[in-house]
Design a protein around this ligand. Structure first.
Ligand SMILES: [Cu+2]
Length: 145
């Protein structure tokens, strides 16, 4: 846990450093501003190695919690019955991945990620973060046969 946070901090520092270097090397102020704005919303390319990938954990899909607000990204996803979803909390808050009425109820601490096997009958399911459900943190999972 501590190590993972340290790694995240490390990458954040590198991203900041890269952004600083990029700004100082760019002569045009306009393009420096736009590139900084673009990289703020998206994951910097340098951190790709630190981020768990769907293939790395044998998961069929990835679900990110808490990036850009109290939301799941993507808010709607489709998966085959019995497949796995990598659920990662990339925020500073605890989140759950809960499918009401099913045994699926996973709690992620900040920076934590877990692989969840979706062993549910085919159908459309609502999933929520039970902590932030009232703030609209929910999504739709389609399980196909
Ligand atoms: Cu939450």
């Amino acid at each position: 846990m501590l190590l993972r946070r340290a790694v995240r901090f490390h990458w954040a520092l590198i991203a900041l450093l890269v952004a600083t270097v990029a700004c100082s090397q760019t002569s045009s102020g306009a393009s420096a501003g736009s590139s900084a704005g673009a990289s703020a919303g998206t994951q910097p390319t340098a951190s790709a190695g630190a981020r768990p990938t769907a293939t790395g954990s044998a998961a069929a899909a990835s679900l990110v919690q808490g990036v850009g607000g109290l939301v799941f990204t993507p808010p709607r996803l489709s998966i085959k019955k019995g497949a796995k979803i990598l659920v990662s909390d990339e925020s500073f808050f605890q989140h759950t991945f809960t499918i009401p009425g099913t045994p699926i109820d996973v709690i992620n601490d900040p920076g934590q990620f877990q692989t969840v096997t979706i062993d549910l009958p085919a159908g459309t399911y609502l999933f929520v973060c039970t902590i932030h459900q009232s703030q609209g943190m929910k999504g739709t999972l389609i399980v196909t046969a």
